[in-house]
Design a binder for this molecule. Structure first.
Ligand code: FAD
Length: 414
């Protein structure tokens, strides 16, 4: 793999960029691999990467029905934070946030991690108490957050209106090292590193069957033919229940669309990420200048990856109270992704009733931020059968009643 550097860019500039090679290979599938990862989103690719890097397992195929990063990984609003309430959540999200800090150097690929700070506004007395509680919990967990007063909010976000007609801003939970990253680049960076380790990333290839023998996984059927394998990792977000059904078990998960939209690009006006969970809208400004805006999930189960007009109206109406300037912006485009939501709003990283078949899903509306940590834990689980980071996220928690209830910690979990 050619090393990317300022020197390489300058050299290519002098020869009309004729010397760049493809970032990853696009091979035809082999008949057998040690490990097949289904889904080339961020979590699938990160799992493959850490299997290779941490455990030397490189006879791996990552199989993707569309194009890599074309699922939720390339459709999200890129918020990265680790200010969760429950200990297992804080541990895995903070692991991920820590890995994001030098992911660009590690992958030799600029993922544009921007730790600009994430703020979750408290707009009711209930939210003040909730966020103060989270700040205390984070303190104990070693996650750097603090509860800040309205004046500090205004200093950090001058365009905010503290005295909204319905919900004034009463304070905020502030994580200074939270932020954003370029979502496609995270997928592309991992893909390039996986390909460099000799792994095969096979796009435009749908898995349409999981083959088992005596309760153990032996391969998958795909639109490019059957592939034998020792182990499978199902990492397909909103399609997890479809895949698990192919393997013969059910997951406690629902699939719904989550939508987002961006405005026309404007001059820099906000250099932190703001989440207003009571009115339900969140916003940051991209490097291009667009205001990136997200809201809540659709209220019904579906598999559409499209936006809808009522959502623009609902989300923008909510944000205008806190950010009056939004009323003067033209919205440029909107889209949707199929997110995988569990009852306690926490992910599943787990072995399954089928031996050597592992599942990683349930990241719902907030799994971009966890990609490196999730891949790290999933790779450990698949390679060794155990992962301390993933232990509490086993699917068995739904049988045992050991929920990791993040729905109380964050009314919204992006
Ligand atoms: C609008 C929106 C905003 C969001 N905002 C944030 C945010 O700000 N911060 C945050 O942390 N998270 C956010 N999220 C959530 C985040 O995007 C997801 O949790 C995360 O990207 C999930 O990654 P993944 O790799 O598990 O899934 P995906 O990226 O969806 O990848 C799964 C892949 O599996 C493939 N696949 C499915 N079925 C098959 C099959 N049968 N065979 C082969 N391949 C298959 C799909 O094509 C897909 O590419 C948001 C999501 C959306 C939709």
């Amino acid at each position: 793999m050619r090393h990317y550097s300022a020197f390489a860019v300058a050299r290519e500039g002098l020869r009309y960029h004729s010397g760049w090679e493809r970032a990853w290979r696009s091979p035809e599938p082999k008949s057998r691999y040690d490990v097949v990862i289904v889904g080339a989103g961020g979590h699938g690719l990160a799992t493959a990467y850490y299997l290779g890097k941490n455990y030397g397992i490189t006879n791996v195929a990552v199989i993707e029905k569309g194009w890599l990063g074309g699922g939720n990984t390339g459709r999200n609003t890129t918020i990265i934070r680790s200010n969760y309430l429950q200990d297992p959540s804080a541990a895995i999200y903070e692991k991920a946030r820590g890995l994001y800090e030098d992911l660009s150097q590690e992958l030799n690929y600029n993922v544009m991690f921007s730790p600009r700070g994430v703020m979750m506004l408290a707009q009711t007395q209930h939210e003040i108490r909730g966020y103060q509680r989270t700040a205390h919990a984070n303190n104990l967990q070693g996650v750097a957050t603090e509860f800040i007063n309205p004046q500090r909010v205004k200093d950090l976000v001058p365009i905010i209106n503290l005295d909204g007609p319905r919900y004034p801003v009463l304070g905020a939970l502030w994580q200074p090292r939270g932020g954003t990253a370029r979502h496609d680049a995270v997928a592309w960076g991992y893909a390039r590193a996986c390909s460099n380790m000799g792994m095969d990333i096979i796009q435009q290839c749908e898995v349409n069957g999981v083959r088992t023998h005596e309760g153990r996984v032996v391969g998958v059927d795909t639109t490019k033919g059957p592939i034998d394998c020792e182990k499978i990792g199902m990492v397909v977000a909103g399609n997890a229940s479809v895949l698990s059904e192919m393997a013969g078990f059910r997951l406690p998960m629902e699939s719904v669309a989550l939508q987002a939209l961006v405005s026309e690009p404007i001059k820099p006006c906000m250099d932190v990420v703001v989440m207003a969970n009571t009115v339900h809208g969140y916003m940051s400004q991209s490097d291009k200048g667009e205001m990136v805006i997200g809201g809540g999930t659709d209220a019904f189960n579906n598999y559409t990856q499209r936006g809808s007009f009522h959502h623009i109206e609902e989300t923008v109406r909510a944000l205008v109270e806190t950010f009056p300037m939004v009323s003067r912006l033209k919205m440029l485009r909107q889209w949707g992704g199929i997110v995988d939501v569990t009852g306690d709003r926490s992910p599943i990283i787990s072995s399954t009733p089928v031996q050597n078949c592992f599942v990683n899903c349930g990241w719902g509306t907030g799994g971009f931020k966890s990609i490196p940590g999730s891949g790290w834990a999933m790779a450990q689980l698949m390679a060794t059968g155990h992962s301390s980071l993933a232990e509490e996220f086993s699917v068995n928690r739904f049988k045992e009643g050991k929920f990791i209830d993040e729905s109380v910690a964050a009314g919204v979990a992006h």
